[in-house]
Design a protein around this ligand. Sequence first.
Ligand SMILES: [Zn+2]
Length: 612
Amino acid sequence: MKKGRFSGLFRVIFGFFGIFLLLLFERVGILYGSNTSDSYVLSTDRITRVKESKKAKTCLVIIDSDNKSSANAYEQYEQILKDMRIQTRVWDLSLDKFEQDYFNEIKDDVETLIFCINDYSQFGESILSITNWVKQGGRALIGITPSKSREFEMISSKLGIVETGDSYARVDDFTSADGFMLGAQNTYVIEDAYESALSVQLDESCRIYAYAGDGKVPLIWSIGYGEGRFVFCNFGYMGKAYRGIYSSAYTLLEDICIYPVINASTFYIDDFPSPVPPGDGQYIKRDYGMGIADFYSSIWWPEMLALGSQHNVKYTGLIIENYNDTTSGELEANKSTADYYYYGNMLLNQGGELGYHGYNHQPLCGPDYVYQEDLGYKTWDSAETMEDSLKELIDFATGIYPAATLSVYVPPSDVLSAEGREILGYRIPEIKTIASIYFEGADAYAQEFTVSEDGIIETPRIVSSCNIDDFMKMASFSELNFHFITSHFMHPDDLLDEDRGAALGWEKLKENLNEYMDWIDISAPDIRHVTGSGMAGAVQRYVNTSHDYEVFDNSISFTCDGLIDSAYYMVRCNEGVITSSYGANITRINETLYLMHVKSGKVTLIRNKDKK
Ligand SMILES: [Zn+2]
């Protein structure tokens, strides 16, 4: 009886305590953001290495730095191999001629070889020493489309080519065979296509992994030769937007290839929240008969939130305090904050995140900076004023959202000077991540996915707007396969800008965005949907690990250093299937690819070599 009364009382106390905790958590923002997972941003001192590798230098890359095609291709291959942690030794034919004797001396230490060169005449007849090495078990990648030469003719039948046409074949698109790359359900159209591939007739024993023009032009194939294997990239286009095609081709060389991936999908809304433009927008008025402010609040934003929940997308909004062009003197605070409370809190409550875009929209470029392209921007009068502008923005944002943690910075128009970059890294501890842009451009702060020396996490965005063109579709496909990421940004005022598709109208633009989100859901149902800081945390873990593995008939023994809590790897299994794992969770994501979630420094994968 007594006991019962006490337990009732305890239940009431616990009940109140629970409610109190819940309110407290909400107050301090624990219910916000994605910091519950293993992708929260770590303190800088926990990142002790950047893209190191434990593996031996068993990949030989043959280049000719005097040749433009080779040099161009190597620029991409170098980054691809670095990110995949494949340790290379480079043989630059412009410095050291190809010597058969020297090759024979080193060949036992070489497991994979990349011809990052198109002119094979430099090898002379010594090229046969390489094909003989393949015959004995070597694995060679024809990394770029070769030009025709007597030496190439000498080996082409070994590469699976029965006949080579006189002219080159035009490559208008790229289709991956099922079970090779992620996103294989679509054909990716190439902008500014040209005759970039050899026109070939292939031996029946070739296995074709990618093609153009409904199968007429083989783009990637493999063929066994003796104990070894050749993989041929007959694609011809090189650049950051195609890296995933080359990284995927590389994974076909050996029975098993394991490389680290970031595993993150992000959506950023730039200039949001920001002061809503007054008045009307031409196309908004045309389609909805209302002003911009009403359209944002009653159509655009509710529909963006609906799209987000339909596709499990958590937006990252980047705040602009005001649109004045003050770059000297007193920086006045924006006093009209109603829209910030309204939009910002809705975004946070949806599970999204807020970050910094600018006190105003003037890029962080000091008095000495000269813009390469005139976008109508001014320069700041001093480093101090630039720093003040960031501090004002931080005060403004943390005043309105005291419970939120903001740590991501997006440079206005992706423009950031070296001086501005230094301020962010050394003077503004609140900013931990810069999310600028992947592709180079005039004044653009172009990035790789990495952690810089000052600890800033570099998380470039890949594609943008609701007018997703062929180039962006190709780039998305490539990065999904290379880093296992997608990264997209847009602006509320896309609906006001003809270059970003305003004339199409929001209905059509929304359909495009929905299509892109659908493409992610279908191509990578297992990808992590994160906010900007989630992407940053994922990149920190990605750079900090280094791995190695040994392949046996029935198992693969994998080890990694630098594991913080967990990390992700892609496993390509060309022979057999992985049936189980110890020390990692493994998810089969197509016929030959597995996503490996590593939770321990030692992992064993069990493989059935005969199963398909
Ligand atoms: Zn902006």
